[in-house]
Write a protein of this length. Structure first.
Length: 441
């Protein structure tokens, strides 16, 4: 068999396999001989069918099977011997002139190649590491929300100033149908807020979405629309009232403090404020870290350009998965996943350059932290070291888990390396400023 690589460009090739008659005729003949005692043809006893008739009835299918076996094995061995770094898997190329009746058969397979490129981890970046501060307004608003949440709820017959109004926002054409509760003070238009006063359950209020709230992002929560739509959304929606409630705020006393944080952990409004600030900024730090990682990834992708075999990958995406994709669907899927693929290739290159390794202590530490975080989500905020170590030992006795966690540890180390190399500038912001930066506004 003759096998050769034909380069189309740096990331696309065609593998051409030419299969002569001698590579498959022996196996085809053997299969036909094995078939003869079992062959059934009308007019002949079983096992007494002439060989020519057996060949005529079964020969073509056997030839196809045996040639495909030969080609599949040869292709696999060739890819291994050439050490070709593939993207996707080989795709058979359609040849309009191909005929199974030919003795010498030629097959062509398109392949996508991982591009050759170098990365510069020390390139100067403009990445920012945000430190989000819980300002006085946020803290006061949060305390007010706590008082409202733990206060007394009083059902009302009609809307009065300071009430919350529950109901359903609808615009059928825009696909909006979302039940929510409105704090009328969040409405940007005082005249609109005033129009709710005196309304009852079942009443319908119409309003424009443009400028509906002081912060357009609130449309994401109240109307359940995506972020990309909120700034330009200018349609009319109806709001059908189905509940009206007044709130009697809870007192800021020891009973409330104990209910929120456990007996004796918070003993004054000042301590309450400090605790809310600490918890909020801890939560904000997680969000800031997520944005930092995303910005570092974007920088690396932008700063390390290389070609991908897009046309090949779009065709390949049409063939994988349980549901076969149309060309248009595959194009959408490629565009959705391209960024992740580029970062995966950059990460692999950086891993090879940086000699990052994982030892057992790294694995234990990572697993222990993950377990403590998971236990905290279920209310076990202070497990003993002995409890955690027991779970870690059980987890790490499973080889599949060890493999999965090792990959996570490597990814975590890589991201820390990328952040370190990016040398981000630290910037203190309020949460509102951070949200604006997150959405490039």
């Amino acid at each position: 068999m003759d096998i050769k690589r034909v380069a189309i460009d740096a990331v696309n090739e065609v593998i051409v396999l030419t299969v002569p008659h001698m590579d498959y005729k022996g196996q085809v003949a053997k299969r036909i001989n094995e078939k003869m005692p079992l062959a059934t043809v009308k007019g002949f006893r079983k096992g007494a069918v002439p060989k020519a008739l057996v060949e005529k009835q079964y020969g073509a299918a056997i030839k196809v099977e045996e040639v495909n076996k030969v080609v599949s094995l040869a292709l696999e061995r060739f890819l291994q011997s050439e050490r070709i770094n593939l993207l996707g898997t080989p795709l058979p190329k359609v040849n309009e002139n191909f005929s199974w009746n030919d003795e010498e058969l030629t097959f062509e397979y398109e392949i996508g190649i991982v591009p050759e490129f170098e990365i510069d981890l020390d390139a100067k970046s403009d990445v920012v590491k945000y430190k989000i501060i819980a300002d006085d307004k946020m803290l006061n608003d949060q305390i007010a929300r706590i008082q409202k949440q733990y206060g007394k709820i009083i059902s009302q017959h009609e809307v009065a100033k300071g009430n919350d109004v529950s109901g359903v926002f609808v615009n059928e054409e825009a696909g909006i149908n979302n039940r929510t509760t409105i704090d009328l003070e969040e409405l940007a238009d005082a005249k609109l807020a005033k129009s709710f006063i005196g309304k009852k359950v079942g009443d319908v209020v119409s309003m424009k979405t443009k400028g509906l709230f002081h912060d357009a992002h609130k449309l994401m929560d109240y109307l359940a629309v995506p972020h990309d739509d909120v700034h330009d959304l200018d349609i009319e929606v109806t709001f059908t009232i189905d509940e009206v409630v007044a709130h009697e705020p809870a007192e800021l006393n020891q009973e409330l403090f104990d209910k929120l944080f456990g007996a004796g952990n918070v003993n004054s409004v000042e301590e309450l404020t400090a605790k809310i600030k600490e918890d909020a900024e801890k939560h904000f730090a997680t969000q800031a870290d997520q944005k930092l990682m995303a910005d570092v990834q974007d920088f690396l992708i932008e700063n390390n350009k290389f070609d991908l075999p897009k046309e090949f990958l779009v065709k390949w995406l049409q063939t994988v998965g349980e549901k076969k994709l149309s060309p248009a669907e595959a194009e959408i899927e490629y565009n959705r996943s391209e960024k992740g693929l580029r970062f995966q290739l950059i990460e692999g290159k950086a891993l090879a350059q940086s000699n990052i390794q994982v030892n057992f202590e790294d694995l234990k530490s990572f697993t222990s932290t993950a377990i403590r975080q998971q236990m905290a989500q279920y209310g076990q905020t202070n497990p003993t070291d002995e409890e955690v170590e027991g779970i870690v030992a059980r987890v790490l006795s499973n080889q599949e888990e060890v493999k999965r966690l090792s990959e996570q540890v490597v990814a975590d180390k890589m991201l820390k390396l990328f952040v370190e190399k990016a040398n981000p500038t630290t910037k203190e912001v309020t949460y509102e400023q951070f949200v604006a930066a997150m959405y490039n506004e």
